[in-house]
Design a protein around this ligand. Sequence first.
Ligand SMILES: C[S@@+](CC[C@H](N)C(=O)[O-])C[C@H]1O[C@@H](n2cnc3c(N)ncnc32)[C@H](O)[C@@H]1O
Length: 192
Amino acid sequence: MNKEMKEWEEKKGIKFLKRIGIKPGHKILDFGARVGHYSIPAAVVAENTGKVYALDKNNDSLNELKRKAKKQKLENISLIKTKGNFETGLKKNSVDIALAYDILHLINNRKKLYKEIFRVLQKNGLFSVYPKHNKLDQPQKNLKNLSPKDIIKEIENHNFFFQKEYCGLISHDDFLNKGCVLNFKKKDFKEV
Ligand SMILES: C[S@@+](CC[C@H](N)C(=O)[O-])C[C@H]1O[C@@H](n2cnc3c(N)ncnc32)[C@H](O)[C@@H]1O
């Protein structure tokens, strides 16, 4: 791992994930975790009372994530290897935060992803999205014609409401870049 990413996983990523709302004790689903540039700092923030479910369809990536977690003695990461479908195997309302970072462009049937995230999130849960490769940021594949505003609309049409945007120097592939994540809440939540 390069120096920039080491510093991200050990310091900057921890700070960023606290800012977006991750807290000790949280259960976090990292959908499309790859080698854990977000799962690892999320596990540090969640502490031993919390847990990170690092989901990916790529075995090699998950093995690398496992190796890093072991090296750092992080015992609160569970790996979920899928076939690329959207079944997480997690219980309904069992997760506090779901991350979909730099993955939406790779998914054409995003409806299925949103549905599963809605199902596993607890009612006050947070859905955090990094829509890299949208129309305004190195456009690629399934997001190339959608702006961040279009993506907000799309997700709001799937039972979430947009809460807040967090921008900064954040992890993308194996480097840091300027980017913004979008936080959503489930629509059925009513503050009392
Ligand atoms: C560009 S990487 C982003 C990794 C990580 N979220 C990050 O931001 O550093 C996308 C990851 O999503 C995984 N992926 C893509 N489609 C998937 C699917 N349908 N189910 C599970 N994982 C998927 C890929 O294997 C890859 O590891």
